[in-house]
Design a protein around this ligand. Structure first.
Ligand code: SF4
Ligand SMILES: [Zn+2]
Length: 301
């Protein structure tokens, strides 16, 4: 499966191609908001490299400058993708003249052994995206059940730096058990704490996935995804940080996703995506009647 989007690639707006690889998916499978791995094939004997080449050839056009590879898990986990296939995929993209490739991984797989071959002889910028979610260990443990700590992310980041690999951090907006105000505070503080470590910070506003603890809380009326206003505030307050700040909300304006009101949902989503390309905080200036309701929610303890 593949899809396209536009994003900044080495300082310029360009076309990016995302390819979902059919690996067995994440081996951790315990984060409270995630069920991505439920879509992963059980069959682990799929030839990942051939699948990748087929998808790439179907999707490729000359405008594509960046390829993002998703596995619903960790590209660098050898149980998902063999080191041989991982190296072949990155070399293939390098040979095709793609400028940048993004892989996702949990920190425990960001080890020298997994990166040495990948970076050898390849003329392509590698970016590794880590779902750190928050820089707060209590939130990582009790709210998200992430299975790693902030220090694990720092250690992994040092290895990425050693290999000249770009560091992209996903920060979650509104993990479970945080109210709207706490969620805003956590996202801004986490971004500030990784300002000198990450090259790109991608904020991920929560979407309610099926068969998760978050869905259970949401069904009981004890959780709601963040407001669009909260996203605007977080982006505004982090826009001056050193890393590129981006946000590509999923299911914006739908019941399971982040939202404002019916009048402004589309405009707010458009501004968030536009900001992610241009990083101009003026784009985030907007007003709508529903802002009062959000402000009232922020007063709640
Ligand atoms: S969020 Fe990432 S690490 Fe957590 S279960 Fe999902 S795929 Fe695995
Ligand atoms: Zn509104």
């Amino acid at each position: 499966m593949f899809f396209y989007n536009r994003e900044k690639v080495q300082g310029r707006e360009a076309k990016a191609l995302s390819i979902i690889l059919p690996t067995v998916g994440c081996m951790w499978r315990k984060c409270n908001m995630c069920s991505y791995f439920e879509d992963s094939p059980i069959n682990s004997s799929i030839d990942i490299f051939s699948e990748f080449v087929n998808e790439f050839n179907n999707a490729y056009d000359i405008e594509i400058k960046k390829v993002k590879l998703f596995t619903s898990g960790s590209f660098l986990d050898p149980r998902e993708i063999s080191p041989n296939d991982a190296n072949k995929i990155v070399s293939f993209l390098s040979d095709k003249g793609v400028c940048e490739v993004t892989l996702e991984s949990r920190p425990e797989f960001i080890i020298e052994e997994n990166l040495t071959e990948l970076t050898k002889n390849n003329d392509i910028q590698i970016e590794v995206a880590v779902g750190i979610e928050s820089a707060n260990n209590r939130i990582l443990k009790h709210s998200i059940n992430k299975g790693f700590t902030f220090v694990d992310y720092i250690s992994a980041s040092e290895i990425l730096k050693k290999f000249n690999i770009k560091n992209k951090a996903y920060l979650m907006i509104k993990p479970p058990y945080l109210n709207e105000k706490e969620a805003i505070y956590d996202a801004i503080l986490s971004a500030k704490l990784i300002e000198d470590i990450a090259d790109v910070i991608s904020f991920n506003p929560m979407t309610v996935h099926k068969n998760t603890l978050v869905e259970y809380l949401w069904n009981k009326g004890e959780y709601s995804p963040p407001w669009g206003w909260s996203i605007l505030k977080i982006l505004k307050e982090t826009s001056n940080l050193r890393p590129d700040i981006i946000c590509h909300p999923v299911a914006f304006g739908r019941s399971r996703g982040p939202k404002n009101c019916k009048i402004c949902n589309r405009e707010i989503e458009k501004r968030i995506l536009d900001f992610s390309l241009k990083n101009d905080p003026k784009i985030l200036e907007y007003e709508c009647e529903c802002k009062k309701e959000w402000e009232e929610e922020l007063l709640k303890l």
